[in-house]
Design a protein around this ligand. Structure first.
Ligand code: SAM
Length: 240
């Protein structure tokens, strides 16, 4: 089945620079110690869109050297306007040759891997590009049940146009990811950290945007695909 990915145009009009997403705050807290030391670190956000997460990181941790990659030039051009000192590069996280081996201290991949029908390629590449004793942070859905779920969707307004289905909401299981990571020679350890929105989000006009519902006093994320999103941060630590 052929599929497309058009939904990322939202990052051209949305501006989450001054009001960062809650998940950005959660990831930053887990990824950095309060006092990290003054040594400059090379940090890359893969699939950075318009650079909103990098903007947050640069303000919080200005002493590091930041890189951002994406496959959409329009998003990278917008990002560069907000972050003139960051190096933005049009490179795919699926292509090993995008970067040399072991160059980043910390590598981030947020909201990207559920686009792909296999997680292995991009996770292997992140391990390849990250330095010894470096860390990788992957944020999105990870199924807590041992089932890998591949999802394709289409808005009914496109039904008569016979548009291709879209991707972006695959839900790989923690179990499969763990089996894969345990086989990676350079991986020292890894851990999964559940994210919960600290406040309610209202439903928006675009049915693909997520909102919160309450269940047993827990705030769950959902959208028009009608699946509960187990939003999780995966931290991978590499050997020295
Ligand atoms: C859902 S957005 C997430 C954006 C941002 N990381 C965030 O968390 O707000 C997914 C991004 O991944 C980018 N992307 C899709 N395929 C990619 C690939 N093969 N390599 C790098 N980026 C990719 C898209 O262009 C888009 O900007």
């Amino acid at each position: 089945m052929k599929f497309i990915r058009t939904h990322d145009h939202i990052y051209l009009t949305e501006n989450r620079y001054k009001k960062p997403k809650e998940m950005f705050k959660f990831i930053e807290k887990k990824a950095f110690k309060k006092k990290e030391g003054y040594k400059k670190k090379l940090i890359c956000d893969f699939g950075c869109a318009a650079g909103e997460f990098l903007y947050y990181l640069e303000k919080k941790r200005p002493s590091n050297e930041y890189y951002g990659t994406d496959i959409r030039l329009d998003l990278l051009k917008k990002a560069k306007k907000f972050l003139p000192t960051v190096k933005f590069l049009k490179k795919s996280v699926l292509k090993k040759e995008s970067f040399p081996q072991k160059i980043f201290h910390k590598s981030f991949l947020c909201g990207v891997h559920p686009i792909f029908d296999e997680f292995e390629k991009c996770f292997s590449n992140l391990i390849y590009w990250t330095k010894n004793a470096g860390e990788i942070f992957i944020f999105d859905m990870f199924n807590q049940y041992p089932i890998d779920v591949l999802i394709k969707y289409r808005n009914s307004k496109d039904y008569n146009k016979k548009k291709n289905y879209e991707s972006g909401w695959n839900n790989f299981s923690r179990k499969s990811v763990s089996i894969f990571l345990k086989k990676q020679r350079r991986v020292k350890n890894f851990s999964f950290h559940k994210f919960e929105m600290p406040f309610d989000l209202k439903r928006q006009k675009d049915p693909v945007r997520s909102w919160t519902i309450k269940s047993k006093n827990k705030r769950l994320m959902i959208n028009g695909l009608n699946i509960i999103q187990p939003q999780t941060l995966l931290i991978i630590r590499l050997r020295k």
